[in-house]
Write a protein that binds this ligand. Structure first.
Ligand SMILES: Nc1nc2c(ncn2[C@@H]2O[C@H](COP(=O)(O)OP(=O)(O)OP(=O)(O)O)[C@@H](O)[C@H]2O)c(=O)[nH]1
Length: 364
């Protein structure tokens, strides 16, 4: 009798142990899956060499990997450096609603350690403009003792991020994200430098030719208008000869600034040669181009340019040739169409010079 009871008890204990073992194995399997997901995430993050990759990894892959409703990345960019680079590299900010830029006088967010806890509207709304989570982890991202941004994790569950949770894991995550972010921004900066004219800060010839090719391709597909202005400073040699090369450089910079002021964000300005600039106007007919060219001509001519060391401001003028393809000929390759557009604008510029300078002439 006793031995039957013992056997029964042993069987039950055995079953219980077996069930516990199954649970442990199941837990181990889940943990291994989580680890693999985290490792895959780390590799994607570390492998990001472009801004697009990093933002997509942070705002799309991270919520999946960590079971979160939202992840945003907010950058310190008070001087608009990063935004300017992204704009010039044609990375549209509208594409990334979870990429944010901090306001200089924004709320007092943590500067060193991550903070975890319930969502507080006053404090956190700028980090979560599109979704209001129940609990949040705000991770300051720092490099070389400087704050470069925040990674903000949001969960729909109140208990997900609480003040007493260990933060080792997310501190490590913040360090990896900060290093990757710095890397990616440096990479994009380098790319930008390679496409920028160092004297005037506007795009260089390589960029404008590349951009033109892309825009012509798009205009050919969409059958939209595209125009180009060829701008040349009049008698620029005299400026150099009379006031020196340094003053010539000042004039080039000021002319570039004045041209840029007359353009929309979607237009591109490039320094094409010594004292020549090219402007690419998207969705613009020849009439639009003429109007914009006239505005540029007037803005250069209207106000003399102050030059360091010269007694009086310099009266400078520009001549402009405008050409348009409305829409670009689809039988030509984008490269041929680009060359034709530039050649037509150049020919119109020649007529503007011949006609007495300080004027706009249209191709065609
Ligand atoms: N300061 C400065 N001068 C430059 C630079 N690149 C080219 N130049 C000068 O630009 C001048 C261009 O002169 P030209 O092509 O003869 O033309 P222009 O004097 O402007 O005369 P028009 O175009 O006929 O009105 C030359 O003196 C070049 O040395 C630069 O980066 N800085």
């Amino acid at each position: 009798m006793n031995s039957a009871v013992d056997t029964q008890a042993l069987l039950e204990e055995n079953q219980q142990l077996h069930a516990e073992l199954q649970d442990l194995l199941e837990q181990a399997r889940i943990n291994q899956q989580i680890m693999q997901r985290h490792q895959a995430f780390d590799l994607r993050l570390i492998g990001s060499s472009e801004f697009r990759d990093l933002i997509e990894t942070a705002s799309l892959l991270m919520p999946n990997t960590f079971n979160l409703e939202i992840v945003t990345l907010a950058l310190v960019d008070y001087a608009f450096d990063v935004r300017r680079i992204l704009h010039d590299l044609q990375i549209g900010l509208d594409e990334y609603p979870n990429l944010l830029f901090l306001a200089e006088n924004g709320p007092a967010l943590p500067l060193e350690k991550p903070t975890l806890g319930p969502y507080q509207h006053e404090l956190h709304q700028s980090l979560f403009p599109t979704y209001r989570p129940a609990s949040v982890a705000i991770l300051p991202l720092t490099r070389h003792q400087k704050l470069i941004g925040y990674l903000a994790l949001g969960s729909a569950h109140e208990g997900r991020f609480t003040g007493n949770l260990a933060t080792d894991f997310i501190e490590r995550l913040a360090s990896v994200v900060a290093i990757c972010l710095e890397n990616v921004i440096n990479n994009e900066r380098l790319k930008h430098i390679g496409l920028t004219d160092p004297l005037t800060g506007v795009n260089n010839r390589r960029y404008i030719e590349q951009r033109m090719q892309e825009e012509i391709g798009r205009a050919q597909r969409e059958r939209s208008a595209l125009s180009c202005l060829f701008i040349d400073i009049d008698h620029f040699k005299r400026v150099n000869d009379k006031f020196g090369h340094q003053s010539g450089d000042d004039v080039l910079r000021e002319v570039a600034t004045r041209i840029k002021k007359e353009l929309r964000l979607s237009d591109s300005l490039g320094r094409y040669g010594g004292e020549e600039f090219i402007v690419l106007l998207t969705q613009a007919t020849l009439r639009d181009a003429e109007r914009i060219a006239e505005r540029i001509r007037a803005s250069v001519a209207q106000q003399a340019i102050e030059i360091a060391g010269a007694d009086e401001a310099l009266q400078v003028t520009v001549s402009i040739g405008a050409a348009s393809q409305t829409p670009p000929d689809r039988s030509m390759s984008a490269d041929q169409a680009r060359q034709k557009l530039i050649a037509s604008a150049d020919e119109a510029l020649y007529r503007a010079k011949e006609g007495g300078r300080n004027r706009v002439m249209l191709a065609g």
